[in-house]
Design a protein around this ligand. Sequence first.
Ligand code: NAD
Length: 284
Amino acid sequence: MQILDGKALAKKIEDRVAVDAKTLKETTGRTPGLAVILVGNDPASHAYVSMKKKACDRVGFYSVTHEMPADISQDAIENTIKMMNQNTSIDGILIQLPLPPQVDTTKLLELVAPNKDVDGFHPYNVGRLTTGLEGFVPCTPLGVMELLKEYNIDPKGMNAVVVGASNIVGKPMAALLLNADATVQITHIYTKDLKACTLNADIILVGAGVINLIKEDMVKEGAIVIDIGINRAPDGKLVGDVDFKNVSSKCSFITPVPGGVGPMTIAMLLQNTLRAAQAHAKES
Ligand code: NAD
């Protein structure tokens, strides 16, 4: 069994992004800029935004966070996004999810200029991903693909089972695997026999938000297991969706939590923002 070390690869990518950002600044005068919208007081959202801001600082990006109260109106957020779309020093716009219930999240995501959509959530970029065209790809599944590439794991021809079908994790993960010529099955809360699906998988990618969802008897010998889940265990520790202790001995490769997919997500956000900045520098 080999651990897929997302922390180490993320550091390598960050170092490369920092060098490329410096070159961009020297050659064009442009510093990559990321703007974040953070609504309400959800501690997890605040923690994620703080990690993203620190990562921007490490690689020399400009970043700004617009904090808004939980009872903010739809109009006020829309106006902020419009302002960010116009602001030429902003290359990437990130709306930290989830948003409070009075807010129409889809409408806001659609308002982000597709060329600043570094999270890859705009339907324009979703469409480009599903048709296999160049565009911004959601950071978490993109990070998984980078991690597989680093360890020379080619999903081509593999039976891939994705557990979880959200717009930000499961669906784009499935699209990327399909684009990489895997045979993909997407499962979710209403899947009748999850174990029958996962037992057939050469690679299982799970992002459901359920502690210990994937157990030893659900994984075939030699399978690759990618744990995208991030959950807080009763003892306060961060854990994934996989019973790591018992599953890992059966795997050929497995990601740990923490230190697997999580750091790759942030590295991909930096990479996407750098790409946006490079494109904007060419346009101006
Ligand atoms: P979500 O709640 O939007 O979606 C969860 C999905 O899992 C749904 O499709 C649901 O049907 C499915 N699901 C739930 N329970 C299930 C079960 N018992 N069996 C099968 N499927 C089940 O969540 P999300 O935003 O997609 O996040 C999923 C997990 O991934 C969470 O733990 C989240 O914290 C984590 N996450 C991690 C990163 C990262 O950087 N590693 C990024 C985003 C999300």
